[in-house]
Design a protein. Sequence first.
Length: 606
Amino acid sequence: MRRRIVAAAALAVTLALSACGGLPESGPVLEGRALGEAINEPVRVAATGPRDGASQEEIVRGFLRAGEDSDETRQTGKQYLAPQSVDLWRWSTQDVVVYDGDLTVRKVDEETVRVSTTEVARLGPDGRYVEMPAGTKATLTLGMRKVGGEWRIDLPPDGFGLWLDSDQFDRTFTPRMVYFVTPSGRDLVPDFRWFPNGSRLATTLARAQLGRVPDYLQNAVGTGVPSNTRLAVNAVPVVAGRAQVSLSTEALSADPDHRTAMWAQLTATLSQVSTVSSVSLAVDDTPLELPSGVSSAGSASELGYDTVPNRTFDTALLRQGDELSRIDPRFLPDTSVGARRADTKPQDGDIARIPDTWTRLALSADGKQIAAISTGRQLLSLWHANAPMVEVPTFASSLIRPTYDEEGYLWVGGTDVKGQDHVYILDPRSAPQTPTPTALKAPWLKDRRVVSLAVAGDGVRLLIITTNEQGTDAQLGVSGIQRLPNGQPVALAAPLRQAQPLSSLTDVVWLDTTRSTYAVLGRLGAAEPVRPWVGTVGMGLDGMRSHGRSTAESSRTAPVPGARTITTVGGPRGVVITSDDGWAWARAGSAWRQIVRATDVLVPAR
């Protein structure tokens, strides 16, 4: 018997190894799964009810653990509550507190306990994930009473949502994108939110997609969904991979273009459900079709819509003193064994020299123009390889490092004569006339100072760092860019705040506009060094939830001494940092390496 088992095992190993010979040795390069993307169905969790004779502390801890119950009715968790508190447990309409570490349960008196912990984040009923400043404490006071001789919980009179530790949260909720469309094209813009895992995920996503444009993107994006459109039935069934979305009669008011946009949005959003391979629409059970006869779609691209692709670069412009040259920031001779170095010869239109009286350089999207700020931060100049320098007449002081967008507009922050900061834009293509800066409408900037700007590749989102007038209370936000039909920016929507745990922020760059990721220079506390942090709009900073403050050190990137600016030639692996002592730093695994002396590293439209 033993010999037969060994022989069978050997045969299995032989077959497994022989199967490797069938692996393809050539073929197209395909995009793999995104980091953090769920591959399998989520783990289903069943709560445990209270045991007889349980103490007050056991009842409280058991109730809070029951918050991750996969049963959407949460019948087991209700067993921990006094009868009059059952209707006060509003897990779907009140905030979810995400905590890190242990709960402290302390007895206040014979019928009252207080629960406290370190709060990492808070999730609103609208799916908005809000990180908390480092060290934030959450407390909860609960009444206790005997019901049938057993301790049960009296919830606060204003109701209660959920308290979940970081692991419970990741099992109970999942981040997904809701898509909107650019006003002047067929580009999709993602908006990350969190939704409960479970069998009704497709229904929840469809209902979210039918909602209005979020405040931070108001007038920057649009939707093909007519106002007041809702689901005709309270479910989106998925049959043989097809999600069947039945809409109310308001959907019929959409013209053909808006109907196509609506379909593309729903298809892009519902395709994030693992069981969905196509989407069909109906109104009161009558199937909808597009003028082309399409009755279902497997992807938004089939309908002519897609997200804006990210641009990557092999090289960047490096400034040393007055001189500019090209480098390959990803090539590290000590670690790139066998790697091929990019061509760093000057390219057509490269600018070779800018006097060091001009600083804070930015490179246009086509790589043929550089904007620079005078050392006194009072003047802005524009440079071309084969044309005289253009000096823009004084319009503001305390000018920050400018940036270009993909449309060719130049962005810069500065302070007007009244002491108020603005975000200014100008069109450098207005030559031979000198371009005139225009202040964008942004009333929310009152009493704030602009520190750094980064325009997304889709042209409708702006990452902006501001402080108060004293230079403290640094905040990072993402703001929708409102443009005229000709593409000119005119206003900024009130921003959605990001990276709340960081107490100091100095510079920011988009890493991937499709996935809404960014990198920011900052620190958690005054005693900590500045380091680059990677985050996702609507999802928080990497490592802060999954590991918490106590063990987050292992998930952070290493600090860069004197880090001043941050940019990327493509994604997190292409990040380049400049420091106050005149060095450029590049990624080398989880650490950073000094690669060359430099005061500026320039990447188009970054």
